[in-house]
Design a protein around this ligand. Structure first.
Ligand code: NDP
Ligand code: 8X3
Length: 266
């Protein structure tokens, strides 16, 4: 068999993407729709999800299966439980879970940090990812099939000034991905952590609470990754042959060497 023949097909596979209303999550939705997957798109902003779904149906009409929308705050454990347990039967056997919902808040020194920023990051990036995993992975294990793809970050490997709690949440995601790999040993369920450097999305605008001028400066003079660049890697990981597990991928722009070392051309 050639590698092409061994690659997993995504046709009619059920893919749940959290944080699909923007950035990397929305880009993942596009690439998986183009491959004929059935998408469960989750986020808090329902109107954004609806717009994305409409455009996917228009672009991939006839190729993409249907799309199921979930207005969901991943921080709400009982809402996550109820969203997963009440999926219609045609949608309940999730093949791929992309734990992408996440955010950073502020760049304050730890000793000046805001409790509400810390709680939002910890509740979303760590606890939300855990809730989704806890409610979705048992089905994968019982079917002995599936793939969890966590969107981590370069921040899991390198802490930068003011990154304290955000970097801590991504270090936790890295440890959780490693732990899940160990716990899944003996099953055919895969687990991958895709860990990007700078990606131009709404991420910095959210970090700086809507200060777009400050957010724009983050990417000034360099060429950052796009959501599509990350989605491309996620797609690669999701389509490897059944016996291949990509554990971690770190990707960053050519203009970035570490969390603190970037090349600005102007
Ligand atoms: P965006 O701000 O563009 O997207 C974040 C997504 O997360 C949105 O769809 C948002 O949807 C969703 N989200 C946030 N909080 C919640 C919540 N409580 N419940 C459900 N959904 C939520 O940023 P990115 O696309 O860049 O971020 C996606 C992931 O990539 C994050 O985990 C981030 O940490 C990670 N990352 C980003 C990098 C970057 O430089 N941009 C680099 C490395 C990793 P809504 O507001 O509608 O709920
Ligand atoms: C987002 C990338 O370097 O801003 O995870 O933390 S960074």
């Amino acid at each position: 068999m050639t590698l092409d023949q061994k690659m997993l097909s995504l046709q009619n596979r059920i893919v749940l993407i959290t944080g699909a209303s923007s950035g990397i999550g929305a880009a993942c939705a596009k690439v998986f729709a183009s491959a004929g997957a059935k998408l469960i798109l989750a986020a808090r902003r329902q109107e954004r999800l609806q717009e994305l779904a409409d455009s996917l149906v228009e672009t991939y009409h006839g190729k993409s299966g249907q799309i199921h929308l979930l207005q969901l705050d991943v921080r709400d454990r009982s809402a996550v439980e109820s969203a997963i347990s009440s999926l219609p039967s045609a949608w309940s056997e999730i093949d791929i879970l992309i734990n992408n919902a996440g955010l950073s808040r502020g760049l304050d020194k730890l000793y000046k940090g805001k409790f509400e920023d810390w709680e939002e990051m910890i509740d979303t990036n760590i606890k939300g990812l855990l809730y989704l995993s806890r409610y979705v992975v048992p089905g994968m294990v019982s079917r002995d099939r599936g793939h969890v793809i966590n969107i981590g970050s370069i921040a899991a490997y390198q802490t930068y000034p003011g990154g304290n709690v955000y970097c801590g949440t991504k270090a936790a995601v890295r440890a959780i991905s490693e732990g899940l790999k160990q716990d899944l040993l003996g099953t055919l369920v895969k687990i991958t952590s895709v860990d990007p450097g700078m990606v131009e999305t709404e991420f910095s605008e959210v970090r700086f609470h809507g200060d777009t001028e400050r957010a724009d400066k983050v990417y000034q003079g360099l060429t950052p990754l796009t959501g599509e660049d990350v989605a491309d890697v996620v797609f690669f990981c999701a389509t490897r042959p059944a016996h291949v597990n990509i554990n971690q991928v770190i990707l960053m722009p050519v203009d970035q060497a570490s969390t603190t070392l970037v090349n600005r051309r102007s």
